[in-house]
Design a protein around this ligand. Structure first.
Ligand SMILES: *Cc1c(COP(=O)(O)O)cnc(C)c1O
Length: 396
């Protein structure tokens, strides 16, 4: 037998974390790394947040899981908070981002089917998007590397260049049901959509009776400096998928929708055994307690600005390595002049700094939202040392 007990689908590195201390991770070998990866934009509150830990401990000891056969005071409470804080009128809880996007896709199709427009099933999505790894969510992305070996894909998706409003307009046909878009592409390389693009999609959706669904799984829950990124574009979406940060490390996602958009999501149309269980709700409440207030958001924006301006200054010292800095809030991309995986590995293995590689030659800088200036200093020291000691690949 040569297959490993853990199905070998991940290219795991040699760092093996066993403990978290605020914004640092400690490995099996005792090595202590600064965590500017946050479990890929998940650990918003770092690794030792007393509010989150206490909430999970108390709820675990009170009631962990019950079925959605029963009434849910816990789910009602968190859903009401999300409704009060966002555009949404209603919320479906999931356990992951892919499931939240899956629910968004079903919500779009059900919206049209509900009034007898079954022919309106096609969803326009955008190139280099990442929506998850289920069959529907890989079908929603044009990335061939995720499709290989899994054909046939789910029908009903059309891919258009990201941030190309004319392309999106031209793709609309009689079968079009809606748009699904990340306002800030994460996996694709921390690429914020332009205001014109997002406003334009909203206008096209209104004009053609399409639903505008946003995938805010990575950029939502304060990551980009507002509770949801759509707020910065001045638009009202119809559906938003959220996950990653919303549980602060506990598996939780949600599909938020307006009453109109959710008109097809009636009794019996959708479900999840775990979705919205009391333990997950306690985690979500604790995250919102910490994050969902203007003072916290303003602090994220201010820290984002400080980190970003230091990065902009820094890349000037290495014009052969770095191209630009982009992003919003504490969702920052460092675009390099070559594939970033070897640099990310170098920072991790030789400088005890965790970041995440992304598409478009971009290093993702996505720290916990609770960092302070000492962490920014430590990050810049480690990054500078890493850049100074790095041998760029031959092709660069
Ligand atoms: C991570 C991610 C997903 C998938 O979330 P999972 O929890 O891994 O299923 C979907 N969309 C975006 C934008 C993501 O970053």
């Amino acid at each position: 037998m040569s297959i490993t007990p853990l199905m070998p689908v991940y290219p795991r590195c040699g760092f093996r974390p066993v403990r978290g201390e605020h914004c640092h991770l400690i490995g099996e070998d005792g090595r202590r790394c600064l965590d500017f990866a946050s479990g890929i934009a998940v650990n918003l509150l770092g690794h030792s947040h007393e509010g989150l830990i206490g909430a999970i401990q108390r709820q675990a000891a009170t009631l962990m899981h019950v079925s959605n056969l029963y009434g849910s005071p816990q789910g009602e409470h968190l859903a009401q908070r999300l409704v009060d804080l966002t555009f949404a009128d209603t919320v479906f809880f999931t356990n992951s981002g892919a499931e939240a996007v899956e629910c968004a896709i079903k919500t779009i199709r059900a919206y049209h089917a509900h009034v007898g427009n079954d022919h309106k099933f096609e969803i326009i999505t955008f190139k280099n998007a990442f929506h998850g790894r289920t069959m529907a969510t890989i079908s929603a992305s044009n990335q061939d590397k995720m499709h290989k070996g899994f054909l046939p894909l789910l029908a009903g998706f059309k891919y258009v260049e990201f941030d190309d409003l004319e392309g999106a307009k031209a793709a609309i046909g009689p079968n079009t049901a809606g748009f699904l878009v990340e306002p800030i592409q994460g996996e694709g390389g921390i690429r914020p959509a332009s205001d014109e693009f997002m406003l334009g999609l909203r206008a096209l959706a209104d004009e053609h009776d399409l639903l505008l669904a946003l995938d805010e799984v990575q950029c939502g829950v304060g990551r980009a400096g507002t509770l949801y990124a759509y707020e910065q574009y001045g638009i009202t979406p119809d559906v938003v998928a959220t996950a990653k940060g919303i549980g602060g490390g506990f598996p939780l996602g949600a599909c938020l929708a307006t009453e109109k958009a959710a008109r097809g999501m009636v009794i019996g149309t959708h479900g999840s055994t775990y979705g919205g269980n009391p333990l997950a709700m306690a985690a979500g409440e604790a995250v919102l307690d910490a994050v969902a207030n203007e003072a916290f958001m303003a602090d994220v924006r201010a820290k984002g600005e400080r980190l970003r301006s230091r990065l902009e200054q820094f890349i000037g010292n290495y014009p052969d390595m770095f191209e630009l800095v982009r992003g919003r809030g504490l969702m920052i991309g460092l675009k390099m002049k070559f594939e970033t995986r070897s640099f990310v590995a170098h920072l991790r293995d030789n400088h005890d700094l965790l970041t995440v590689a992304a598409g478009d030659n971009t290093v993702r800088v996505i720290p916990p939202l609770v960092i302070d200036d000492s962490h920014i200093d430590e990050f810049m020291d480690k990054l500078s040392a890493g850049a100074a000691s790095f041998q760029p690949p031959e092709s660069a």
